[in-house]
Design a protein around this ligand. Sequence first.
Ligand code: C5P
Length: 409
Amino acid sequence: MSTSSSLNGKRIVLGVGGGIAAYKSIELLRRLVDSGAFVSPVLTQSSLKFVGETTFSALGSEPARTSLWDSGDPIPHTRLGQQADVIVVSPATADLIARYAAGIADDLLTTTLVATSAPVVMVAAMHTEMWQHPSVEDNIATLRRRGVIVIEPETGRLAGGDIGVGRLATIERVVATIEGLFIKSNKSGSLSGKKVLVTAGGTREAIDPVRYIGNRSSGKQGIAFAEQAANFGAEVTLVSTVPAAAGRGVEVIEVESAQEMFDAVSALAGETDLVVMAAAVADFRSKIISPTKIKKNNGAPQIVLEPTPDILAYLGSVKPKNQVLVGFAAETGDPEAEARRKLKAKNADFVVANNVLEHDAGFAVDTNRVTLVFGDSQVTLALADKRDIASKVLSFVAEWAFKNGVWSE
Ligand code: C5P
C-alpha cells in the first residue's frame, strides 16, 4: 500500500452505475484502496446486471451496499454522505446524471449524493448519442454549475463495436483527479490558493463583418489546462476564443481577437501567480476592418496587414517576480530550437513546444506530445491525452516555482 498518495486515510464512497464500464470500477476500487483510502462501494440495482456485489465487497474496505434497506443501519445514506471526503460515481450513466441533476433521491446512491456536502466526481461513460443528447449536456452543465467535477468520456471503442466518444476516462486520470482534490502541501505540486490565467483557442481577426483571418487551434489544450489547474485547487480564469464550460474553480471570459485577448489578459495578469498562454494568437490582423461586407464585384481587395499585440511578450516585460509565465511554440520545423528562442525573446519561464504537423499531436486532436523548455534545460513528455499533458506540465511548473523561490508556501 502506498502511503505517499494524498488519498491515504481518506473516506471515499464509490458509486457504481449501470453501464458496461461498471467492470472498470473494480480496478478503480482496487487502485483507491491501494492508495490507502477507506472505500465504501455503493452499487445501483442496474449495475448488478453488469458486475457482482461479492467482488466489490471483497475488494472494498467494507461490504458493498446495494439498497437503502438491506443493512441494520436505518440511515446509511446520511452516514455515508456525512463521513465521505469525496464521492466518486463511476460509471456515471445518463440516467444517474439526470437523477442527480434533478435532485431525485430514490436509491442509496442518489440519496447519498443529495445528502452530502463532500466533493462529488462523476466519471461519465455512455454511448455517443446519449453523451451528445441535449438533455445530458444540460444536466452536465447544471452539475458543473453546482460544483460537481465531471470527468468527460474519451473517444474509443464502445459496447457493440461502435467507435466514438463515450468511453470511460482512464483509471489513471480518474485517480489523478481525485488525488488532486487532496493535495494539501504546495510543495507536492498543488495549485491550492493560486490564481491561474489560461488562454485558449485561435484568435479571429476581422476583415469585414463576415470574414476573418483565423487558425486551426481547437482550444482543447488550453481548456484542459484550465480544468486541470482547477482540479489542482487553483482559482482559474480562462480567456478563450472557443466556448468553454465554466465550472468549479473556472471563470470563462470569451474573446475573439488578439486585441480583445490582450485587453482581458493585461487587466488580470498583475494579480496572477501563473499564466498559461496556450492560445494560438494571430500574429497579423487587417489594418482596416471594412464596416460592410467587401463585395466580389469590386475586384480582389488589397488587405494590408499589421502586427497584433504580442501578449506573451508584453506579459514577459511586466512580469512580477512571483509570477510564472508559460508560453507555447506550435511549430512545423524545429520546435525545441524555436521554443528556446521564444523563451528568451519573450522573457517566459517555460515554453511548451510541439510539432503541429504530427498526426497525433497539435491542433484539433485529443493527444499531444510536448517538450518543456526552461532555463538551459528541457524535458520531453510522452504522447498523452491533452488533459494528462496539462496535469504533468502544471505539476512540473508548480514544483519548479516552489523550488526556485518564485512561489513561497
Ligand atoms: O511567436 P509565436 O506566436 O510563435 O509565440 C507563441 C506564443 O506566444 C504562444 O504562447 C502564444 O499564445 C503567444 N502569442 C501571444 N501574442 C501574439 C502571438 C503569440 O501571446 N500576438
